[in-house]
Every structure is written in structure tokens, then in C-alpha cells.
Ligand binder design. Structure first.
Ligand SMILES: CC(=O)SCCNC(=O)CCNC(=O)[C@H](O)C(C)(C)COP(=O)(O)OP(=O)(O)OC[C@H]1O[C@@H](n2cnc3c(N)ncnc32)[C@H](O)[C@@H]1OP(=O)(O)O
Length: 217
């Protein structure tokens, strides 16, 4: 029987998003997870994968011959920062795609992109480094997602939509064709985005309108 060669990878993060990424890697048949890196994990293992320690162990992991990493952190700014740090250390950040996802051959996935189960990345879509296309999200033709953007589960982005760097499109949202959502935006859960959104905004509702931000936000 033909033996599939697996590649070793370290997972940065040990929370809820990491759990889903671990399972994705386990079902992929491509990856052998050597461990998790998290400075304050809830336990000493997640889904049977041991926590190796905090970020300080990464150079030793690399020296041990593990040169691939996935940054499995839900926070967009943190994911960007730790992704760049891992790359600077010398890690390769492969794009990780669930076997049930549909990724167009004419689309492009940047370093460290994660595409979850049943997601669709459409024709000539461009997903930048460290972005997340979460479970069942549909990004149709010519979509652009910026660095460390996150399109949450069940979103539907029509053609030619642009999502800025570090922007979260909240779970179950829909976005009209051609709409440009700026950087560092939060689109609330279940929104319908029908017009362009400026950088740094928090919007929500149907149709989406600016939301009140907390004093500390
Ligand atoms: C697998 C995964 O889990 S992936 C994770 C994906 N994450 C998400 O989708 C989370 C999206 N987050 C939300 O929708 C949040 O409600 C946010 C970020 C929009 C707002 O959260 P907070 O800052 O805590 O605001 P808060 O809950 O206090 O609400 C502020 C106001 O906005 C309203 N509001 C909050 N969320 C929404 C929404 N999705 N749509 C419409 N209005 C909303 C509230 O009713 C409130 O209105 P008020 O000022 O009239 O009282």
C-alpha cells in the first residue's frame, strides 16, 4: 500500500480556533502535529496534542527540524503579529485547506491562510497572508481579503467584495457585490453590508449601520 508522507508542523495557539485547526490538520492526512505553543493554555493538551510551552520554545522547535507553523489564533491583530514573528524566526507558514473546502484553481491563497470545512473561495479571489476563511463561508469571484482578515462561519460575500486588513466579517453576514470594507473593521453577526465601510468602523444590522462602541474600545 502506498504510504503518504506527512510533514511536521507546530500550531501556535491552544484555544477554540486552534482546536478546529488541529482537527483540520488531523483529517488532512498531510500534517503531523508536533505540539502546540501557548503562553497560557487551559490545559496541557488539546485533542491529544501536547502543549510544548510558550512562544519561547519556537526557536528550539525550529532547531529540531520542524520548519512549518500555523498561527491558530482568532484575534486578527495578534495573529498578524505572531505570524510575522514566526516568519522572522524562519518558519514557513503554509496555507491550510480543509479537504471539503472548494478553492478555485484561479484563486490565490497567501502564507498562513486557513480555509475551513465547506468554505468556498471563488474564481480569481485573492486571500492575503494569515487570513481565515471560516466554516462554510462563501467568497465568490474576485473577492479580496486583506492581511489577517477573518470571514466568519456562514458568511456570503458576492462578487468583487473587498475586505481590509485585520477586518472581521461576523458570523452569517452577507455582503453586496462591489462593496469595499476597510481595514480594522468589525461587521457584527448577521449583518447585511450594502455600502462601503470606512477603516476602523464597527457596523451591524440589516442593512448594516454604525454601532455604538464601548468607552474602552
Ligand atoms: C467560530 C467562531 O466563533 S468565529 C467568531 C466570529 N465572531 C463574530 O461573528 C462576532 C461578531 N460580533 C458581534 O456581532 C458583536 O455583537 C459586536 C462586535 C458587533 C459588538 O459587540 P460589543 O462591542 O460587545 O457590543 P454590545 O454587545 O454591547 O452591543 C453594542 C450595541 O450594538 C448592538 N449590536 C451588537 N451586535 C450587533 C449585531 N450583530 N447586529 C446589530 N446590532 C448589534 C447591540 O444591540 C447594542 O445596541 P445598543 O447600543 O442599542 O444597546
Amino acid at each position: 500500500m502506498k504510504k503518504t508522507l506527512s510533514r511536521r508542523i507546530v500550531v501556535v495557539g491552544a484555544g477554540g480556533h486552534a482546536k478546529v485547526v488541529i482537527e483540520l490538520l488531523q483529517v488532512s492526512g498531510t500534517w503531523d502535529i508536533v505540539g502546540l505553543v501557548d503562553p497560557s493554555p487551559a490545559g496541557d493538551a488539546v485533542l491529544g496534542v501536547p502543549v510544548l510551552g510558550g512562544d519561547e520554545v519556537l526557536p528550539d522547535v525550529l532547531a529540531g527540524g520542524v520548519s512549518s507553523a500555523v498561527i491558530a489564533l482568532g484575534g486578527n491583530r495578534l495573529r498578524e503579529r505572531l505570524g510575522r514573528r514566526a516568519q522572522a524566526l524562519g518558519f514557513d507558514l503554509p496555507a491550510i485547506v480543509h479537504p471539503s473546502a472548494l478553492v478555485s484553481p484561479s484563486s490565490r491563497l497567501g502564507a498562513g491562510v486557513v480555509v475551513m470545512a465547506r468554505a468556498v473561495v471563488g474564481t480569481e479571489a485573492f486571500i492575503s497572508d494569515l487570513a481565515i476563511v471560516n466554516t462554510g463561508a462563501v467568497l465568490d469571484h474576485d473577492n479580496f481579503v486583506g492581511i489577517a482578515g477573518h470571514v466568519a462561519p456562514g458568511c456570503a460575500l458576492a462578487g468583487n467584495v473587498s475586505v481590509g486588513d485585520r477586518t472581521l466579517v461576523g458570523v452569517g453576514s452577507a455582503v453586496r457585490p462591489q462593496v469595499r470594507i476597510g481595514a480594522d473593521v468589525v461587521v457584527g453577526a448577521g449583518s447585511a453590508v450594502v455600502a462601503d465601510v470606512p477603516n476602523g468602523a464597527m457596523i451591524g444590522g440589516v442593512p448594516a449601520r454604525p454601532l455604538r462602541k464601548k468607552e474602552s474600545a
